[in-house]
Design a protein around this ligand. Sequence first.
Ligand code: GDP
Ligand code: MN
Length: 432
Amino acid sequence: YINEVSVESYLRPVSVKSLTSKFDFSYLSNKTSANVDTFKQYGYQIKPKNVKFQYLNSKNKDGEPKQVLDMNTDTYEKVVQKEINEPKDYDIESIRPPENIDTYARANATIVALVRNTEITKIGRTIKRFESSFNSKFNYPYTFINDQPFSDRFKKRMAKFTKAKINFVTIPAELWDKPSSIDGERETAAMDVMKDHNIAYAKMGSYHNMCRFYLGNFYNVPELTKYKYYWRIEPDVDFYTDIKYDVFKYLEGTGKIYGFTINLYDIDESVATLWPETLRYLNSGDNYKYIDPNGAFQWLLENKQNPKKNVVTGGYSTCHFWSNFEIGDMDFFRGEAYNNWFKFLDSTGKFYYERWGDAPVHSMGLALFADRDKIHWFRDIGYNHDPYHNCPNSPNTQGCKTASFSRWNHLKDQNCMGTWIDQAMDDPDKIY
Ligand code: GDP
Ligand code: MN
């Protein structure tokens, strides 16, 4: 583990000019050379002209983590408490529900649910709520996917909840199974350590497969390749908002590629070397060219609210979009920038030797390789996956406590949204 590296991580810039002003690219000082040695010791390539890739505290939020948390919570709550209805940066009237749903020209999109037969009741609850909130007005087709064949009972039950088309798909084994290159002994030893450290799902092989599948392979399932947009849903989630516009057409019309509702910290040890490995990747060949100059770098490296995380991860804040809710453009994940990086990550085997989640990997990929203005916070959609929620102050929302993040007060410090608002949104009022 690279846990001696604290605040800074190192990247080679394409050219200083092409990078955003929020970057501090001052050259390495003597003070930080110890960190470079640490990287070298673990075989990470450091170029002679490496520069500092550092979190900048542009909103003057500094102090003890507790103080920073209070300031970030305040930022979050102030924004969420402002009354909103729908996004303002698109002509929403033009994407209202159709009068005739049967002849509606839908976007090229599907609802995706990866689920087990045993989760029939929980996914049933989700579909019911999802239909009443959104889909009964649009009838977007569902694609249910599973590593095992769906039972007849499951298929019959789902058909009761919706008038939309449903496709039930068994995932090809080569997209799901653990690669044969994984060293079983190393995996077992790593799983034991992670379990000792209370990392959720550490010893559950299927969970590792699920994460790797959702972050690297779902968009290549043959039945999904014809679609551009997807909305991921999960068992037992809730939707609090009556959504009265076509969210897929909103993404299409604005050119945005990814939408989320909740944004939070992760278990640092589950992604201990995701960032250092990513730096190794970026520093080899000409991979740096994939970096989007308007990426969400500051959010990726934030280190004020939960600084202990960055110590374990070599600089990564662990902030990520919670992937149980995603509305996105699969072409981003299918693209060269994300895919080359995924192949590299896969070659490290650390989906099994660590427990890299689909959420932090999607999020890191987006923060590095996408324009942050194309990442959309669906602040207007009330949503819950225990124990967190997004609860807007909107006339279309019911059943949640406005601006609360979790019913557990002690979980407030898991919210990364204050940083996203400060560092990645130029002006929330422009959108809402
Ligand atoms: P959590 O939200 O991280 O606690 O994990 P979940 O148990 O909700 O799993 C995430 C998603 O993957 C859910 O949609 C699950 O139904 C699905 N999932 C997890 N493991 C498996 C599996 O082994 N097979 C299938 N078919 N789906 C799975
Ligand atoms: Mn879940």
